[in-house]
Design a protein around this ligand. Structure first.
Ligand code: GUN
Length: 280
């Protein structure tokens, strides 16, 4: 039997826990989101984030800049938000326009208000197994989902496809911390199937629709599909060819309704956690 992991349902459960906690707070947490107006996909995510904030009683504000905004303008805005006692968490929606150095911008956010866990200090602490203020939302959501379905990560052969700073690298590290044996594959990996066919758990995060197919995996594999691409048909597709892979998998996340809702739920969790740390 194949379990289709319901990220949407788990996200709703997380929201009701968060709401119960927020209801008890005198000062409601505040998430500030910065986005540039050329980021069309980002705007959809930002809307989902706003909805999740409304659902849980968290305050949010979105600050939109023109695509030709300067680095200095963005950094000045971030510094204002760093100094604003009413703001607990700051997120800069990626990607930023090409003329902007994203690293510089992400590291201008105070590590104490780093909603995404992308700041060097938080990412670095996560990599050495120290307690960061926050952990990147998608990898954190994947681990939460695996825990919900009582997957014993320890000892598994885990293959991560993709090595981005947002997903591939941090999820590889989190799985390693849970004692999986982790192989991080990427566009230069030779004979990818050699790795995927031996994997007990595959995290696919490369942004190529239907990339992973049933003939590349073994029976009983656990599949986490991070990809989300809109096809010409208008339908959303993950990085995994759902039909052929699901027939072999013991657990698989659907697209939509798997990892995506978990990412947003973890952002809201990070915002609450930062607001509590901040007021302590
Ligand atoms: N763009 C795509 N994914 C993400 C994410 O997790 N955080 C931010 N800030 N931007 C993104």
């Amino acid at each position: 039997m194949t379990i289709i992991a319901d990220g949407k349902l788990l996200a709703e459960k997380i929201y009701s826990n968060i709401k119960a906690k927020v209801d008890k707070l005198d000062r409601k947490p505040m998430l500030a989101v910065i986005i540039t107006n050329d980021n069309e996909a980002g705007k959809i995510y930002v809307r989902n984030k706003q909805r999740a904030c409304e659902k849980t009683g968290i305050q949010s504000k979105t600050i939109e800049f023109d695509a030709d905004v300067s680095e200095n303008t963005l950094i000045n805005k971030i510094q204002d938000l760093n100094n604003d006692k009413n703001v607990d968490a700051i997120l800069v929606q990626l990607p930023l326009p090409n003329h902007i150095d994203s690293e510089k911008i992400l590291n201008a956010i105070s590590p104490d208000k780093d909603a995404d866990g992308f700041h060097y200090i938080n990412a670095g602490k996560m990599f050495i197994g120290q307690m960061p203020k926050t952990i990147a939302c998608t990898p954190k959501g994947i681990i939460r989902l695996l825990d919900e379905y009582k997957i014993q990560i320890s000892g598994l052969n885990a293959v991560v496809i993709g090595r981005s700073n947002i997903v591939g690298k941090p999820i590889s590290q989190l799985l390693l911390q849970r004692n999986a044996t982790v192989t991080t594959c990427h566009s230069k990996t030779k004979n990818l199937e050699y790795y995927t066919k031996n994997a007990d758990l595959i995290v696919c995060a490369i942004g190529k629709p239907k990339f992973l197919t049933g003939n590349m995996v073994k029976d009983g594999v656990i599949i986490i599909d991070v990809g989300i691409t809109r096809l010409d048909t208008g339908k959303l597709s993950g990085d995994v060819d759902f039909e052929s892979v699901a027939s072999k998998a013991s657990l698989i996340t659907p697209v939509p309704g798997g990892v995506g809702p978990m990412t947003v739920a973890m952002l809201i969790q990070n915002t609450l956690d930062l607001s509590i740390q901040y007021s302590e």
